[in-house]
Ligand binder design. Structure first.
Ligand SMILES: NC(=O)c1ccc[n+]([C@@H]2O[C@H](COP(=O)([O-])OP(=O)(O)OC[C@H]3O[C@@H](n4cnc5c(N)ncnc54)[C@H](OP(=O)(O)O)[C@@H]3O)[C@@H](O)[C@H]2O)c1
Length: 260
């Protein structure tokens, strides 16, 4: 039997890279794709190999038409059938008032957050349907659940992506494809995204969040693994994850006794 392939679009040192390592540890060939950091990509691929897993990596700009489609085609032809994909790109551009959100910035958020997943689904679902199985995992964020100040582009893209996931689930669930939307409702220990956004304030920020106040990407990766192994008589479509000392998105009450 051909080796199962796990493909992650948006593989940095946080969630994407840890998910690749988890699936490789479980016997999949992990294919990692990220935009620009060649050294970071090589490090992740090498670490998986050193741990006894199989992995390969590629640089691509997922916002550009044709890139995701070409990678899916190449992976299927050269590595094997894609069993599970993780769409891990966010659309976080930092908080911006409307006047500071040019049209092209809004559109970029949509291209990364929503349209890229639409294109990935177009590329993988015909193959998954033909095989009668497959899993589409999507990393999401608090912005998919509520709008907030400065989140025009981010919330619109992530909210749209949540609805896209529900719509994909309605069409492809009955054809054997498991679609799961994972709401990451808190900050992640992710040096390549949040870390770069905060720069030298990242370590102090993590400390300020208190004990277990930041999500561990290893634990998020374990959740993705679990979702991909669920039998089809017990599929999760949506779940949320948050750290112990953080507040759920629907509750602003700071009193720990009543905030969950
Ligand atoms: N980090 C958080 O605190 C947090 C909180 C809530 C939800 N999330 C969600 O988690 C997901 C991201 O996970 P993560 O933060 O742990 O990040 P990560 O997996 O460490 O890295 C994601 C990678 O995506 C790549 N990327 C960005 N734009 C791209 C593009 N146009 N084409 C291809 N690759 C691109 C970047 O690669 P390069 O470095 O090479 O540019 C980046 O390293 C997003 O869905 C986000 O909404 C994150």
């Amino acid at each position: 039997m051909a080796q199962k392939v796990f493909l992650v679009i948006g593989a940095g040192a946080g969630i994407g890279g840890h998910a690749a390592a988890r699936f490789a540890a479980g016997g999949y060939h992990a294919v990692l794709a990220r935009r620009a950091d060649e050294d970071g990509l090589a490090k992740l691929v090498t670490a998986i190999g050193d741990a006894g897993g199989k992995a390969s990596g590629t640089l691509l700009d997922a916002a550009a038409d044709g890139t995701i489609e070409e990678l899916v085609e190449r992976t299927e032809n050269e590595i094997g059938p894609i069993d599970t994909v993780l769409y891990n790109l966010g659309a976080q551009i930092g908080n911006r008032d409307l006047a500071d959100t040019p049209h092209r910035t809004f559109e970029l958020g949509w291209r990364l957050g929503c349209y890229g997943l639409f294109r990935l689904a177009h590329a993988v679902t015909p193959r998954m349907v033909e095989r009668g199985r497959g899993t589409i995992l999507v990393t999401s964020a608090t912005a998919a659940m509520r709008g907030n100040a400065g989140q025009h582009s981010h919330a619109a893209a992530m909210g749209g992506r949540r609805m896209l996931c529900q719509t994909l689930n309605a069409e492809f669930g009955p054809q054997g494809v498991h679609v799961a939307h994972v709401v990451v409702d808190g900050s992640v220990d992710a040096p390549d995204t949040l870390g770069k956004l905060l720069g030298d304030k990242f370590e102090a920020y993590k400390e300020s969040k208190g004990e277990d106040g930041v999500l561990d990407p290893t634990a998020i990766a374990d959740t993705f693994w679990h979702l991909a192994q669920q039998p089809r008589n017990c599929w999760t479509h949506e779940l949320d994850l948050r750290p112990f000392s953080d507040v759920a998105w629907w509750n602003d009450n700071p009193d720990p006794a009543i905030r969950t």
